[in-house]
Structure formats: C-alpha cells, structure tokens
Design a protein. Structure first.
Length: 290
C-alpha cells in the first residue's frame, strides 16, 4: 500500500491483526475484495455504487460501509472518493466474544436484510472520524498496552456505528414506508427454519403466498431475491459454526440440512469463494472460546 497505511501484525500468526488505511481514490476497491477480517469504511467524500455479495447499493456523500469475514465487495465511485478503512481480524477482536459490549453483529455486520451502507450527517461523520484518528495515533505509538487501547477505540467506533444505524432503522420503521408485515413474518421464518427449508417455494408455501409475489416484495425492500436471503442466512450460520466450534465440517453440513458434505462444501465455496476448511484455517477456529 502506502504511507497512508498503519498496520499491527500478529506476532504468532505473522499476519495482519489490525489496519487503518486512508484512501484518496477508489483504485484499491475497484476489484472484488474478500478479506479474512472485518472491514469498516468511513467515506468522507464520494458518490457511486457498492457491490456486496450479489447486490448493488448506491451511496452519495459521507457514509459508513461495513463488511464481514470473506464477504465479497467492491466500490466504484463517480469522481472524487476519500475516506479511511479499518480492518480487524477476529482473533484481534472477536465480535461473538464481545457481543454484549458492542452489539454490532447483526447490525453493522452479518445483516442480510439491510444495505451495508449507512448515510451519515456531518456530526456523525466527525464523531466516527475522531475515533479513527485516535486509532491512527495509537498505531503510531509503541507504548505499553497498545492492543488494549486499540480495542477500546475499536469498541467505541463499533458502538457508535451501531447506534447510528439502529437510530436510522427505527426512524424508517416509524415512517410511511414501513416494511410490509409479511416480510417481518418472513424474517422470523427464515431464522427459525433456515436449517431445514432451503428453497424459496417452501417459504412461500409456509406464508401462503406465491413464490413470485414473495420474490417481488423481497427485491423491492431488501434488494435481494428470496433465495439469496435464505442462502445468506445459511452462510452466516456456517461461518459461525466453523469459527466458534470444533465440529467436523460433515457435522456442520448435516446440522444445516445438507445430507452430503461435499454438496455443502460446494454451496459454501459458491457463496464465499473458499472452502469451509480454508475459512476455518484462516480465521482461527474455536480460539474465541479459549
């Protein structure tokens, strides 16, 4: 990269633990990215389109973008594009382990229903930017307890980002464009049955609506097909199991409703671009419970 990049390397793994990268164009993001760490991108200037998984989302002005482990994304701007990106490996900071403190998993990350883009006001941008500046200064400081200080700043960044997004969600729910009731029912159905019902038609039957009609409303409100939503929910649980447990891949496949381990591996690779075992190897399975 460049002098705009500050990194912390894990001395045991000899790989990236934490990084802050200031960017002044979209060159770095123009090709598809798939990281074995979480990404928080604060855009301070720009307009364009984000591609995440198989969906596209527009952005215009200051905003926050968040991407989970091995979630494929790329960014194409129209003109100037500036901001800063924060990356952290789950062994540096585990969202599952600290879920009661930051509550960002399912809000900023692993949220299959909302856009990864959160628009920001001037005050919100300055609030997040001040925290990131604190991270940058600490990375330049080799003093005692550096990791603890970085984690403290990271928690503040994630908490404030989550608060901003949750506030916007609550405001949207109170507006006239509130999501149709049937989609709330669908969300609950997917969360309850994703390990046993894998097809769009099964959920349409469960909700007593045609598959075509349910797909149309999904595309309108979630910018995804029903099949994408189901697959995304399965993948999130697969990643969680691969990371937090030492269960064999075959057992995880079975618990997620796949009778064939190799079919599950193909399914996972089609969506994540890597095998379940490679995901586990590069994330560090079960260490979050150590």
């Amino acid at each position: 990269m460049s002098s705009n990049t500050l990194e912390l390397i894990d001395p045991q793994r000899k790989s990236l633990a934490f990084k802050v990268y200031a960017f002044e164009d979209d060159v770095y993001f123009s090709s598809l990215k798939k990281y074995n760490y979480f990404s928080v991108i604060l855009v301070t200037k720009g307009k364009g389109m984000v591609t995440a998984d198989l969906s596209q989302y527009p952005f215009d002005g200051t905003c926050l973008m968040c991407f989970s482990l091995y979630q494929p994304f790329k960014i194409k701007s129209e003109g100037a594009f500036q901001g800063v990106m924060v990356n952290f490996h789950p062994e540096f900071f585990c969202l599952h382990k600290h879920r009661n403190e930051v509550s960002c998993n399912g809000v900023l990350f692993n949220n299959i229903y909302d856009s990864p883009v959160t628009a920001l006001t001037k005050d919100e941008t300055e609030l997040l930017l001040s925290t990131i500046n604190g991270l940058r200064l600490e990375l330049q400081n080799t003093g005692i307890a550096q990791t603890e200080v970085l984690i403290s700043y990271l928690k503040i960044l994630l908490i404030n980002g989550s608060r901003i997004k949750l506030f916007q969600q609550q405001a949207e729910d109170a507006s006239l464009t509130k999501t149709p009731v049937i989609l709330d029912t669908l969300k609950n159905a997917i969360d309850e049955h994703f390990s046993s019902l894998h097809s769009a038609g099964e959920y349409a039957d469960l909700l007593n609506i045609s598959t075509a009609a349910l797909n149309r409303v999904c595309k309108t409100h979630f910018n995804k097909t029903l099949s994408q939503l189901i697959s995304d929910r399965i993948i999130i649980e697969a990643k969680r199991q691969l990371y937090l447990t030492d269960k064999p891949v075959k057992q995880i496949a079975y618990e997620l409703g796949f009778n064939d381990e190799f079919y599950f591996s193909r399914f996972f690779k089609n969506h994540v671009a890597i095998s379940p075992q490679f995901f586990r190897d590069t994330i560090g399975f079960n260490r979050a419970n150590a």
